[in-house]
Design a protein around this ligand. Structure first.
Ligand SMILES: [Zn+2]
Length: 242
């Protein structure tokens, strides 16, 4: 048996400066169990290769983020930087303020990163479209079957094609296989695959967040969402009849 952990690798953000010129920048945390250099990540020396604890929470946060610099910053602070390219980016391309921050971070021995906010929102749109397709693919009818073959094509020829399967040595000496996703595209497709493999995770009919179903026909993530949905429906009926 060959089991692959579907949780993608990521860096954590310790501090992010106020966004400027369409970039969110900061330094990567270099304490704890999170790998603190690209070498660590590639060689498997990091104690914890899977900092994204729940791919579905990560997807929900990305898809539901508003396209503002504040939300970009909050998302990165909460979830870390996924893309190794964001850390290796040539600082010469950065706007002046980010470049100065970059230089200072290097001088004190920290690992800086800079993420172009427009790239993050491009990823958000892509993730939302993939999730919509994955939801359609769950239908049992012909439309569902068509969506499934489209989804397979999109995933197999997209991010999943580029993901390598690597091994790292666990503290007990066992070899643990993991999916080495290093770009946002790859991480998104890995999370979509995780979503497809878990039919019990569904979209809340009220707030659109993903949640784990505990009862067979549950459509709301919480009682609050259920009540809100019915209140809204009632108001709409009253408005229509008025
Ligand atoms: Zn909800």
């Amino acid at each position: 048996m060959f089991a692959v952990d579907l949780q993608p690798s990521a860096y954590y953000v310790d501090a992010a400066e106020t966004p400027a010129d369409g970039y969110v920048f900061g330094i990567v945390r270099n304490t704890g169990r999170v790998p603190h250099s690209v070498q660590d990540l590639l060689s498997g020396a990091g104690g914890d290769r899977y900092p994204i604890k729940d791919p579905q929470v990560w997807l929900s946060r990305l898809v539901n983020a508003n396209k503002t610099l504040d939300d970009a910053r909050a998302f990165l602070l909460e979830n870390g930087v996924v893309e190794v390219g964001a850390i290796l980016r040539d600082p010469k391309q950065l706007p002046q303020r980010a470049r100065a921050f970059w230089k200072n971070a290097r001088n004190v021995g920290a690992t800086p990163f800079a993420v172009q906010v427009s790239a993050l929102w491009h990823a958000k749109d892509k993730a939302a479209a993939r999730l919509k397709l994955a939801d359609r693919a769950r239908q049992k009818d012909l439309a569902g079957r068509m969506a499934r073959s489209e989804l397979i094509g999109v995933l197999v020829n997209g991010g999943l094609k580029k993901i390598g399967i690597l091994l790292y040595e666990a503290t007990d000496g066992s070899l643990v296989p993991y999916a080495d996703a290093t770009t946002l595209d790859e991480v998104i497709d890995l999370c979509i695959l995780d979503y497809c493999a878990k039919p019990e995770i569904v979209e809340c009919a009220s707030c659109r967040n993903r949640f784990r179903r505990t009862k067979g026909n549950q459509v709301f993530c919480s009682t609050r969402c259920k009540n809100l949905f019915h209140v809204r429906k009632y108001r709409e009926t009253v408005k229509r009849e008025a």
